[in-house]
Design a protein around this ligand. Structure first.
Ligand code: THU
Length: 159
């Protein structure tokens, strides 16, 4: 029998974060206002801290043809790859809220985004730390986003 252990940190709120991580989460919370989510009314903001100290934002972008919509995380990963090509992502903070501005729980990347985060992690040879939280309250910290997708499919499987 094999076992995969998944560990993450749970903080009561953002005050226990380092100042760099707290600022990044603040930016993710603010970025939610730039989401285009008229159909789900669920606005997500994702902000990356790059190895060079720059930050870049992504938000979910929906479409009248629902499957065309893209999650904040993949908008962000595409932007980093396009505008900051070759620069690794150190940390990504993600936040969200509904139409009423409420978000009781941290948002966790969907399955497709987990696969995209894994690909980016492999490309950059460096784990991506995730900071997940709603607009207030509990914060989850994951040291390596790829842990969200155990027993995953990667390029190595096609060799
Ligand atoms: N969404 C994200 O942008 N990221 C997540 O981690 C979860 C879901 C978006 C997709 C869609 O626009 C809306 O939230 C509702 O699913």
């Amino acid at each position: 029998m094999k076992e995969i252990v998944f560990q993450y940190q749970v903080l009561e709120n953002a005050s226990a974060l380092s100042s760099e991580d707290a600022q990044l989460l603040q930016k993710a919370r603010a970025a939610t206002s730039k989401a285009y989510a008229p159909y789900s009314q669920f606005q997500v903001g994702a902000v990356a801290m790059l190895n060079n100290g720059e930050t870049i934002e992504g938000t979910n972008q929906e479409n009248a043809s629902y499957p065309v919509g893209i999650c904040a995380e993949r908008v962000l990963l595409s932007a980093v790859s396009s505008f900051y090509n070759g620069i690794a992502i150190k940390t990504i903070a993600i936040s969200c809220h509904n139409l009423k501005g409420e978000s009781k729980n941290p948002v966790s990347p969907c399955g497709i985004c987990r696969q995209s985060l894994l690909e980016q992690t492999i490309r950059q040879h460096q784990p991506i730390k995730l900071i997940l939280s709603g607009m207030e309250g509990v914060v989850y910290i994951l040291e390596d986003a790829s842990a969200l997708l155990p027993l995953s499919f990667t390029a190595a499987d096609m060799k």
